[in-house]
Design a protein around this ligand. Structure first.
Ligand SMILES: [Cu+2]
Length: 117
């Protein structure tokens, strides 16, 4: 009886796009805006084991987004939402920074991901 109920829920869930909603509930999204020579926010908190999607946009020019500790690197293009998802596996502070030269001040363009247990 229990199993039948579970299957019925699965079918109903799929028909209503339940799989996509389930993902949305477990993956947190954080919007990151790039602009010479900052990221907003420049400090992001995350939890171990919880997927985190960065939604990256730029308001002026192409910037980069690099997080060596997570093997992430992408361009951030004005007018485009670029999505990158990570699942932190360890506690700590991890840097992200611009790796596309964008002018004087480029070297300062960085932020910190703080992963907590
Ligand atoms: Cu730059």
């Amino acid at each position: 009886m229990k199993r039948r109920y579970f299957i019925a829920l699965l079918v109903a869930g799929s028909a209503a796009g339940g799989v996509a909603r389930l993902e949305a509930a477990t993956t947190r999204e954080v919007e990151v805006i790039a602009e010479k020579f900052d990221y907003t926010p420049d400090m992001i908190k995350a939890k171990v084991g919880q997927p985190l999607t960065f939604v990256l946009t730029s308001v002026d020019r192409i910037h980069g987004f690099k997080m060596p500790d997570f093997g992430v690197r992408t361009d951030i293009v004005p007018g485009v939402d670029t999505r990158v998802t990570i699942t932190p596996t360890k506690v700590g502070k991890f840097a992200y920074f611009c790796d596309v030269f964008c002018g004087d001040g480029h070297e300062e363009m960085a932020g910190t991901l703080v992963v907590e247990a």
